[in-house]
Design a protein around this ligand. Structure first.
Ligand SMILES: *[C@@H]1O[C@H](CO)[C@@H](O)[C@H](O)[C@H]1NC(C)=O
Ligand SMILES: *[C@@H]1O[C@H](CO)[C@@H](O)[C@H](O)[C@H]1NC(C)=O
Ligand SMILES: *[C@@H]1O[C@H](CO)[C@@H](O)[C@H](O)[C@H]1NC(C)=O
Ligand SMILES: *[C@@H]1O[C@H](CO)[C@@H](O)[C@H](O)[C@H]1NC(C)=O
Ligand SMILES: *[C@@H]1O[C@H](CO)[C@@H](O)[C@H](O)[C@H]1NC(C)=O
Ligand SMILES: *[C@@H]1O[C@H](CO)[C@@H](O)[C@H](O)[C@H]1NC(C)=O
Length: 299
């Protein structure tokens, strides 16, 4: 008798679980990249803000389209963009982590992402290099950087803790984890290093180079690796790894982030609005002869 009651109950419960797990997947994700103030004087002649094209290609390589997020827009314009796109990438670069138009715009999207999460809407934010430093500054509400000398060097990652707790790496092939932790396949261009009181649960990822090797610990909503855009940067003046495994890691992290963005179903109100926001409306400028970036979008 009792098993007769239990069976339908179990069936109902498991269908409920299956129902909850069916998540609408957005196969036309659009990701915003926040522009930053031009800080390198060789770029002054081209514009006031920029996005390096390598970040655009990085995202596009995983199957999404890109929208530039300009600086100094009104809060309403940022809200409109937030509700039209499926994630944000904060690129590397060189602006003030707390006091720049870039960091203020990043802070707004960070706040909107957290607010959305509390109503069950998933809006992922990715930080690379300086973008990641901005995320640590926003999470801890202070600049946690100290000087380091991991500049222009390719290194393996120290993967800390139990990999099964890492959102980014828990489904990674064993072979990739092996090469990530043994081969010099991550590009490092850090003049600064986050270390110290970085153990809070709400902290996305802790990267330190105290042992001379970057240590990456990844959990929570935000994740990072390093200059994953090495695939699209070729300057011989810098160490950008291009081995088969370095490309594999870079593609893996791009796929990971764009897959996260597929879990968000925001969209532009209509095709015309979408078209006019996409980065296809701008053309990149060749900068391979004056900087480490091959091409840059100026705004
Ligand atoms: C943004 O606004 C600040 C403060 O008004 C100004 O200094 C800066 O030049 C503006 N940046 C752009 C890209 O318009
Ligand atoms: C932020 O930057 C502006 C412009 O560069 C500067 O005038 C202001 O003093 C800075 N504020 C802080 C708190 O550093
Ligand atoms: C980094 O070192 C420079 C001098 O070498 C110093 O002026 C600066 O304050 C240091 N920055 C940090 C964050 O420790
Ligand atoms: C990685 O680079 C470091 C620093 O340049 C070097 O000491 C080490 O031998 C390299 N390791 C491999 C496996 O190539
Ligand atoms: C980066 O390292 C490479 C190889 O060690 C070297 O040839 C190059 O000059 C360095 N670039 C800078 C800007 O330090
Ligand atoms: C870099 O290349 C562009 C395009 O070929 C050219 O217009 C520019 O003069 C070059 N700049 C330098 C500093 O060589």
């Amino acid at each position: 008798m009792s098993s007769l009651k239990i069976v339908p109950l179990f069936f109902l419960l498991s269908s409920a679980v299956i129902f909850c797990q069916v998540q609408e997947i957005n196969d036309r994700p659009i990701i915003g990249i926040i522009t930053q103030e031009v800080s390198d004087e060789v770029f002054f002649q081209y514009g006031k803000t920029y996005i390096a094209d390598s970040y655009v290609k990085y995202l596009e390589s995983a199957g999404c389209r890109v929208v530039p997020i300009r600086l100094n827009l009104s809060e309403d314009e940022y809200l409109y963009l937030f509700h039209s796109i499926n994630g944000v990438l904060l690129p590397g670069g060189a602006v003030d982590l707390l006091n720049s138009s870039f960091s203020r715009t990043a802070a707004l999207f960070y706040k909107l992402s957290i607010e959305a999460a509390s109503s069950g809407i998933y809006f992922p934010i990715w930080g690379t290099c300086m973008g990641f430093q901005v995320l640590t500054a926003l999470t801890s509400e202070k600049n946690l950087l100290s000087n380091t000398s991991a500049e222009n060097i390719s290194l393996p990652l120290n993967l800390m803790d139990d990999i099964s707790s890492s959102k980014m790496f828990r489904h990674a092939p064993q072979e990739l984890l092996h090469v990530v932790s043994t081969e010099n396949i991550t590009a490092n261009f850090h003049r600064f290093n986050s270390r110290g009181q970085l153990s809070g649960e709400n902290l996305p990822c802790v990267q330190s180079v105290s042992s001379g090797r970057p240590t990456c610990r990844i959990h929570g909503r935000w994740t990072t690796a390093d200059r994953e855009v090495n695939r699209f940067q070729w300057s011989k003046g810098y160490v950008f790894p291009h081995t088969e495994n370095a490309i594999w890691l870079s593609q893996y992290t791009a796929n990971f982030f764009v897959n996260e963005a597929r879990k968000n179903s925001n969209r532009f109100p209509n095709a015309k609005e979408e078209e006019s926001a996409l980065i296809y409306n701008w053309s990149p400028t060749y900068t391979g002869n004056i900087s480490g970036y091959e091409m840059v979008y100026f705004f």
